[in-house]
Write a protein that binds this ligand. Structure first.
Ligand code: PEP
Ligand code: MG
Length: 557
């Protein structure tokens, strides 16, 4: 979405627009000539229509008129194009309604020229807050490192994948701010409160001062937590809980190491795929995976096979569905495209040669049939790379428990693999039937819901009954209060974003396992999620442990 922006130099803006017009006109002429042999004359007539629309008497002139009111070219173009699109879309005649897409297409082409001109000299100021209608993984990398201090998105919620990445980067983010007039906020001062999910535009001096104090306090807190880096995560009664980290972005590696992670519990391999412009080759993947494995060696790195679909799309492999979270996602895509799965597994195996710290994790498994198919492919890839001369052992394989069906098949699944890992983000979404990406129902998304807690307990019990370890790698594991309960349930390790790892460690080092078990037993008898929340907060408060508890609601970060 292009924002409004006023300009002083109107002539310069008109000149920019004229250059864009000429660019698009030339493109249209070239396209028309290129397609001359492939299109019928009446189809080619469309290009003449486009040329006419760009004329002074039509769109071109209207945009110039708006620029003359002091609006920049991109804003004027957006205004004129959306007026036309709206008008066409309201027409009864199907042919005329179709013209709306022509106008939109022309608008996009003109905008591309205007942005090309701008992007070369776009300077990001210090303390940049990035605001967008829909935040994407690529946008996170757009602002130079060190300059990005806040993110605001109109669409999505705190449980969206892009929010998880932002949280891992430690950047205050507010998602699902549906009422934000985002075209009107360019260049203004703003405070982004990621804890409460609030944004303040043009804040008063008093508010600025208040928030400056909060920022300072958080800095001090982080400094205090630094001292925990070398200390183990162990309760006061001697129970040890390994804390691992979730990674995806390259920057996560350094952050994880600074915070003393004991390995990677979830490497989201789709992140490098999302940032790319095409499927990375086996060689390219090998290099990326080798970097991860080497960075943490000899600690384990759990690599998840490609989990695209849902809210994680690849521009070069578009999936259009009505219910993407219930559709073609994760293992379903890669089993339908074994070539993608095989190349990825081969790259992982080859990357682990000589390091032997690889573990492979399979996402979105709904039953043993999918697991067996995936295991078959992994064995095939393993055979291939060994035939090619790579000396690698078979890595431990794990299944993600994130679909309710898998909860009830945990025993059967555990029997066939080396470990289980609960994806509480998706498990919560599917158990409660709350789209993790939809801001309207974000308040209903609650991993402390009694049904979720019971499912988690069930999985731990069944995994242990089969003698297999079970970890958890959803965002819940990074919530210090929830981590107390997860430890009490018997999870063998917790994997979380690097930002929260020191907070969880601080919390678990303050508590006794026996106390945590008593608390869990008490909370498991409560049927109301709100009461569970308040009882948990109260119990930790009584122990003097409120320092690490976020006031963040489900909607925020
Ligand atoms: C989960 O679903 O809990 C999980 C860890 O995977 P993701 O958030 O990438 O879907
Ligand atoms: Mg998931």
């Amino acid at each position: 979405m292009v924002p409004d922006k006023s300009v002083d130099d109107i002539d310069a803006e008109i000149k920019l627009f004229k250059t864009a017009l000429e660019g698009v006109r030339a493109d249209m002429r070239n396209l028309s000539t290129k397609l001359a042999t492939q299109l019928r004359p009446e189809e080619r007539a469309l290009f003449d229509v486009y040329q006419m629309m760009l004329d002074d008497a039509s769109l071109g002139n209207e945009v110039k008129t708006v620029i003359k009111t002091g609006q920049w070219a991109q804003g004027a173009l957006r205004q004129v194009v959306s007026d036309h699109v709206n008008r066409f879309e309201l027409m009864d005649d199907a042919y005329l309604r179709e013209r709306a897409s022509d106008v939109r297409d022309l608008g996009r082409r003109l905008l591309a020229y205007l942005q090309e001109d701008r992007s070369t000299n776009l300077v990001y100021p210090d303390n940049t807050i990035l605001i967008s209608e829909e935040l994407t993984a690529t946008m996170l990398g757009e602002v130079p490192e060190g300059k990005l201090v806040g993110l605001v998105s109109v669409l999505g919620s705190g449980n969206s994948h892009v929010a998880i990445l932002a949280r891992a980067m430690g950047i205050p983010t507010v998602m699902g701010l549906v009422d934000l007039p985002y075209s009107k906020v360019d260049g203004i001062d703003m405070i982004v409160d990621g804890h409460r999910g609030e944004v303040f535009t043009n804040p008063s001096e008093v508010l600025r001062k208040q928030y400056a104090e909060v920022v300072e306090e958080e800095k001090q807190l982080a400094l205090g937590l630094d001292s925990l880096r070398e200390l183990p995560c162990v309760t006061t009664d001697g129970h040890r809980v390994p804390l691992l980290v979730n990674t995806g972005l390259l920057a996560d590696v350094a952050r994880a190491q600074q915070r003393g992670a004991e390995g990677v519990g979830l490497y989201r391999t789709e992140v490098p795929f999302m940032i790319n412009q095409r499927f990375p080759s086996e060689k390219e993947q090998l290099a990326i995976y080798r970097e991860q494995l080497q960075a943490f060696h000899p600690l384990p790195v759990t690599m998840r096979s490609l989990d695209i679909g849902g809210d994680k799309s690849l521009s070069y492999f578009p999936i259009k569905e009505d219910n993407p979270f219930l559709g073609w996602r994760g293992i379903r895509v890669t089993l339908d495209h074994p070539e993608i799965f095989l190349v990825q597994t081969r790259a992982m195996l080859k990357a682990s040669e000589g390091l032997n710290n690889l573990r492979i994790l399979l996402p979105m498994i709904s039953g043993t049939h999918e697991l067996e198919e995936a295991l078959h492919l992994i064995h095939r890839a393993w055979g291939e790379v060994r035939d090619e001369g790579a000396d690698v052992p078979m890595p431990p394989i794990g299944v993600m428990i994130e679909i309710p069906a898998a909860v009830y098949q945990a025993k059967e699944l555990a029997r066939q693999v080396d470990f289980l890992s609960v994806g509480s983000n998706d498990l919560t979404q599917y158990l409660l039937a709350v789209d993790r990406n939809n801001p309207r129902v974000a308040d209903l998304y609650d991993y402390l819901h009694p049904a979720v807690l019971q499912a988690l307990q069930h999985v731990v019990r069944d995994a242990h009954a089969e003698g297999k370890p079970v970890s958890i790698c959803g965002e819940m594991a990074g919530d210090p209060a929830a981590a107390v309960l997860l430890m009490a349930m018997g999870f063998d390790s917790l994997s979380m974003n690097a930002t929260n790892l020191p907070k969880v460690k601080w919390m678990l080092r303050q508590v006794e396992l026996s106390m945590a078990k008593d608390l869990l037993a008490e909370l498991m008898t409560i049927d109301n999620p709100q009461v569970i929340h308040s009882s948990l907060q109260l119990a930790l408060k009584n122990l003097g442990l409120t320092r690490m508890i976020n006031p963040a609601s489900a909607k925020t970060l």
